[in-house]
Design a protein around this ligand. Sequence first.
Ligand code: NAD
Ligand code: TDX
Length: 345
Amino acid sequence: MAEGTGTDKGKTILVTGGCGFIGSNFIHYMLARYPQYRIINLDILSYCGNLDNLCEVADRPTVTFVKGDIADRETVRRILGKGVDAIVNFAAESHVDRSIEDPNLFLRTNVLGTQVLLDEAREAAVSRFVQISTDEVYGSLGASGVFTEDTPLKPNSPYAASKAAADLMVRAYIETYGIDAVITRCSNNYGRYQFPEKLIPLMISNALEDRELPVYGDGLNVRDWIYVEDHCQAIDAILHRGVKGEIYNIGGASERTNLDVVKAILHTLGKPETLIRFVKDRLGHDRRYAMDFSKLKNELGWEPNVTFEQGIQQTIAWYVEHRPWWERIKSGEYLEYYERMYGNR
Ligand code: NAD
Ligand code: TDX
């Protein structure tokens, strides 16, 4: 899908899961970068979907919010019937620990929801479908090596398996029906609006409250951290210039152990390392992820701009300055608000 020029009326993009962490950052990014585009945000407002993430742009005439389920065919059909140029599918159950507790919803949303979107995109002849996948589909690395787009899929958690299944469904729709789709596989994101059940916002907010910081196992698991704005830029490049049927790895070139991340947060906030508490390890805990994103760099000219040291400082500053945002979540107040606004969630 070519970029809209300054003179055309712009494209209409359906963003699913736009009230979550990466989806909301992507909507902010797209509104700033392509003011002529129209964005339709389809989000079920699950426990982590938060309209607060978009309150600054809620009044924009170019953004429409639809509360609904990607697995609800009628809703998806109604939206696509209005004329949509591209779909960027962020909507998902995204937390590994929750998938270990109960995989059911992960299959429904991540696999069946994606399949409904693919079906309806095919029916409506949508020009581009971007499936937002994850590095976790490749499984776990030892001390050396990197994931390339050709690394076999070996998901270890129910979450990762559901994302891998969705990727295979996207592939099947490309091969069987010829739909124009691409798959992105990104490493661990961090930045503003991330739900405080994930490592970085949980640790920042716990440290600010002088609560213990629960580190799983020995704390030496390694993740490749990418600043969310860099991820949004990569998706922009792939949405507009990615080649039909291709998979693109996205990474931050910032491998850190969990312990290093937690210590950096404590150090910046001037809090003692005695707040760290080693707890029981996650079941099936992947040891290390590392991404080779040279395909995206060589073919579409993308690479990350923000170093981990810059990004973590900006992120910590945001959570310090936006304490009411995460306090409302941690207290459950925002869920009560949505129940009043939108009824049974
Ligand atoms: P998130 O959990 O913060 O947001 C998910 C959003 O999807 C929420 O707003 C939620 O309400 C919505 N949603 C859930 N079920 C839905 C349904 N049935 N219909 C419509 N909306 C629904 O997740 P995130 O961290 O922003 O991740 C977004 C996507 O990026 C996911 O697909 C995830 O697998 C992928 N991803 C995330 C990371 C990361 O580090 N966070 C890394 C790589 C890939
Ligand atoms: O309390 C914690 N203590 C801890 O040690 C939590 C929540 C996590 N961890 C560890 C587990 C992981 O090794 O920190 C690391 C990061 O954990 P998460 O933030 O839960 O992320 P991860 O499991 O790596 O998955 C994330 O990146 C890939 C996203 O949640 C996924 O949606 C994405 O696909």
